[in-house]
Design a protein around this ligand. Structure first.
Ligand code: GLU
Length: 421
């Protein structure tokens, strides 16, 4: 079976609940609290029509899930992908709850998705789909309720359309209804790079802990979207050598190190990283198992599984993607002495700068890039240090450590609020 078939065969919601159960058990969470946090609070499914360029009408299916609203409004991205399922969106929403809690920002977790391959649609069709989907989910989103952001195959333009649609419906401009907007609409400096920037801050801290010298490290990046491409650039700026990268079409390998600027230019022109002169084409499966020091999965869920975890050679794995590693693989990696920075910590820079953007929009007061990055650095470094402390103290892997911190925070908020009515 190819990696993509294995990845879609594993149910992300099952993975998310098992990760939660592990933490709940260690924390001795009361049974009632466990039952509450194990399920999403709200799940909305929408089927909506879109007029296509040839005049026909297509009906699409989308979701918005709010896992938990205990610590604040729901927060999380919207993804467009042909393999989106309700269970996947539920998992992604739950992971957002823990992610916001790990870095201590006052949000709960949410996520949205539409079953569509946007690469097969024209720009006008994607706009039509986005505006209608935004209208359908507008019954549960809002700056105090649930604040979407970009995720796989969505970007600042998508957020601009959602912000405009929501604003037109209520009759006034509401910048804080989404984050990850273009800067002229109230977007934040540094938001576009924030996920990758946060990933690199955690890698720097992990490398310090492990005694790794970044300029001597060989890095492999799976996924060349917003997180992967920018992480590759930033790691290259740290002096590391990026020996392989991939996107959904396949990967490229160059043992002496890739020129990331050249990869970006090639991808821009050919819509794939594959075929760049001077590189060797490799599959996504081969890429994960390459001999390297740092592996950055920055694509989709379930890429590192029981099947390939034993062959991962990287010493350090930094999860820029959400849910790239299964619980079975976590155990194998841990037993093999690998150090893994879990998604809910590693890629939390994105939602952290989303929080900054929301605050700036509500205050109508905007910060410089230096202010943004300084605050982001402080938050990421603190979250990394608390997770590492927990990991060493409780003798658990970094994922369980991050869960122990996050789940306890959400559990505390939930129990101190009490049960309504
Ligand atoms: N989609 C990103 C994530 O998975 C960002 C979410 C946000 O900024 O709300 O963390």
């Amino acid at each position: 079976m190819a990696t993509e078939q294995i990845a879609t065969a594993i149910n992300a919601w099952d993975v998310a609940q098992r990760q939660f159960d592990l933490a709940a058990e260690q924390l001795h969470l009361p049974d009632g609290l466990r039952k509450v946090l194990r399920e999403p609070q709200r799940e909305l499914t929408v089927h909506f029509p879109v007029k296509m360029d040839d005049g026909t009408v297509e009906v699409f299916t989308g979701y918005r899930v709010q896992h938990n609203l205990g610590r604040g409004p729901a927060k999380g991205g919207i993804r467009y992908h042909q393999n989106v399922t309700l269970d996947e969106v539920k998992a992604l929403a739950m992971w957002m709850t823990w992610k916001c809690a790990v870095v201590g920002i006052p949000f709960g977790g949410g996520k949205g998705g539409v079953i569509v391959d946007p690469k097969r649609l024209s720009l006008r069709e994607v706009e039509g789909l986005t505006r209608r989907y935004a209208t359908e989910i507008s019954i549960i989103i809002g700056p105090e309720r649930d604040i979407p952001a970009p995720d796989v195959n969505t970007n600042s333009q998508t957020m601009a359309w959602i912000m405009d649609t929501y604003s037109m419906n209520v009759g006034y401009t509401v910048p804080a209804v989404v984050t990850g907007k273009p800067i002229p609409l109230g977007g934040s400096e540094g938001r576009n790079e924030a996920t990758a920037q946060g990933v690199v801050y955690t890698i720097i801290d992990a490398a310090k802990h492990l005694g790794m010298d970044l300029p001597k490290c060989r890095v492999v990046v799976q996924g060349f979207g917003n997180a992967g491409a920018i992480a590759a650039q930033l790691m290259s700026a740290q002096g590391s050598s990026i020996i392989a990268v991939s996107d959904s079409t396949g990967g490229i390998f160059k043992p002496e190190g890739l020129d990331i600027g050249a990869v970006l230019a090639w991808k821009q022109e050919h819509h794939t990283v594959c075929g760049l002169p001077g590189t060797k084409d490799i599959s996504n499966e081969e890429l994960l198992e390459l001999d390297c020091d740092i592996l950055i999965p920055a694509a989709l869920e379930n890429q590192i599984t029981a099947r390939n975890a034993g062959r991962i050679k990287a010493r350090l794995i930094a999860e820029a993607a959400n849910g790239p590693t299964t619980p079975e693989a976590d155990e194998i990696l841990y037993n093999n002495g690998k150090f893994l920075i879990p998604d809910i910590l590693c890629n939390a820079g994105g939602v952290t700068v989303s929080y900054f953007e929301w605050v700036q929009d509500l205050d109508r007061d905007f910060w410089s890039i230096d202010q943004v990055n300084e605050k982001l650095h402080r938050i990421m470094t603190k979250a990394f240090a608390s997770t590492l402390d927990m990991c060493l103290r409780e003798k658990v892997n970094m994922r369980t450590a991050a869960y122990l911190l996050a789940v306890q925070r959400v559990a505390d908020a939930t129990s101190v609020r009490g049960l309504y009515p």
